[in-house]
Design a binder for this molecule. Structure first.
Ligand code: GLU
Length: 472
């Protein structure tokens, strides 16, 4: 038994069980595996652990694909279906049997239950010790049997974990686990090991809820004489109150975050920081994450989910994103949240206005709220707040401003000059003019600066909107 050397080409995987949605924890595990492989020129594989037929519907698997795609976590090759490997899993169980590393167990459910009951009553360990472990094959009945791996009974098993350190399990605590059930179906524990081995997985990075499984899985690696992968069991994600993340804390499915309007780049950045750190770096690009990501940076204590941090990163990623890419991603957000798609004209408008929308928008809904002035058409009916700043006096000021905008050159400096001039003439602050102007142009109080809006929509449209507001 030897750990795969770090120098070997890296192969990682994510092995989700389809449950109907992609859990945020699964997404983070996928991201860690993806970053680890991609940062090392390695391969990142996807295996759907779909042996539970009742839960593993096509829709549930699709939800995983969608989550992965949204996050931009591309995998190499075709996804592997664990259920497709049943014959291979059984073959390995029989190989272990032939090599004497496993044995046939004819104990029935009832016998096992009775064993446990007696053990409990006598205060002994309830770990099942099969009477067939050392039975003479001549005594084997002609009956269905399970294949159990022969677990070491003395000594210790050490899991050399890159996150948890050396974790020692007393072998007395391990039972001869079943690899192949009496109906010929493989157990989960066997399937995982065979698949990981056959897929050439060198590094298993997964939640630390699987740490105990590692000790049991090592028995199979041992029995087959296979290289044990590098283990990295990462602490689970907790809620802000320090308890295991649950529905109480908010959304658990990655797609819900898409529907809330977080850009995928922000989600990747945020999830990467959830349990992993690189110095004090909070905000970083995919490229940086790929270059920096390492198992040494994974913390031993559970990370806490913090929506404020996510929002903060989200606004920074929106601010630096490419304008056209943002328009495209907003399309994905609208679809994910069940809203109507943008028309071509709206997309074009959004693209033109993007430079003044993407600053300080925490999410896409935030950004779209500011984009109201470009996504809609005249006449703009001001909402209650905006209507408040369009009183008679203000409308009078706007009526004065309108002709002044007729012939001036349409650039920021000139527009500022003209509006300031009108404000001064009324002995008032720029804001006093800008407010009704904003209400007239956007019909809303949340918008980019009035000058940006005027530049984006142009002179003609500005004048029309002012006329609408002043003649109302
Ligand atoms: N299918 C397991 C899960 O969804 C993952 C198993 C593994 O990573 O080894 O938690």
């Amino acid at each position: 038994m030897s750990a795969a050397p770090d120098a070997a080409p890296v192969v990682t995987r994510i092995a989700p069980s389809p449950t109907g949605y992609m859990h945020i924890g699964t997404a983070r595990t996928a991201l860690f595996n993806w970053l680890y492989a991609r940062g090392r020129g390695g391969r990142f594989l996807l295996r759907i652990e779909d042996t539970d037929k009742a839960r593993s519907t096509r829709e549930a698997t699709e939800a995983i694909y969608r989550g992965m795609r949204w996050l931009g976590l591309d995998w190499d090759g075709e996804p592997v279906s664990q259920a497709d490997g049943v014959a291979r899993h059984a073959e390995v169980a029989h190989q272990m049997l032939a090599a004497g590393k496993a044995y046939k167990c004819f104990s029935s459910q009832e016998e096992i239950a009775a064993f446990r009951e007696t053990a409990r009553a006598e205060g002994r360990s309830t770990l099942f010790r099969s009477p067939w472990r050392d039975a003479d094959p001549a005594t084997h009945p002609d009956a269905p049997f399970a294949i159990r791996v022969r677990a070491p009974q003395d000594g210790e098993t050490v899991i050399r974990d890159r996150v948890q350190g050396d974790v020692t399990i007393r072998n007395a605590e391990l039972d001869d686990m079943i690899c192949l059930r009496s109906d010929g179906t493989p157990t989960y524990m066997l399937a995982v090991v065979v698949d990981d081995h056959d897929m050439g997985v060198t590094h298993v990075i997964r939640g630390d809820d699987h740490l105990a499984n590692a000790a049991r899985q090592m028995m199979i690696y041992d029995a087959m004489g296979w290289d044990v992968p590098v283990w990295a069991h990462i602490p689970l994600i907790h809620g802000p109150d320090g308890k295991k993340l649950s529905k109480r804390h908010g959304a658990l499915g990655v797609e819900e975050y898409q529907a809330m309007g977080y850009p995928a780049a922000a989600m990747r950045n945020y999830l990467a920081r959830l349990g992993w750190s690189h110095g004090d770096d909070e905000f970083f690009s995919d490229e940086q994450a790929r270059a920096w990501f390492d198992l040494d940076g994974i913390g031993k204590s559970p990370a806490r989910f913090d929506t404020k941090k996510l929002e903060n990163l989200s606004s920074q990623h929106i601010a630096i994103a490419d304008d056209a890419a943002l328009v495209a991603e907003i399309g994905g957000y609208l679809a994910a949240s069940g809203q109507p798609a943008l028309s071509e004209a709206q997309k074009a408008g959004l693209l033109r206005a993007m430079y003044c929308l993407k600053d300080r928008a925490r999410t896409f809904p935030d950004l779209l709220e500011k984009a109201y002035f470009i996504l809609n058409q005249r006449p703009f009916v001001p909402d209650r707040k905006a209507a408040g700043s369009l009183d008679a006096v203000s409308r009078g000021i706007l009526a004065e401003l309108t002709p002044l905008l007729q012939d001036v050159s349409w650039n920021r400096d000139t527009l500022e000059q003209v509006v300031t001039q009108v404000a001064e003439a009324h002995d008032t602050k720029l804001g006093k003019v800008a407010q009704p102007l904003r209400a007239a142009i956007a019909g809303r109080t949340v918008s980019p600066s009035v000058f940006d809006m005027m530049l984006v929509i142009g002179r003609e449209e500005t004048l029309l909107r002012l006329k609408d507001a002043t003649s109302a």
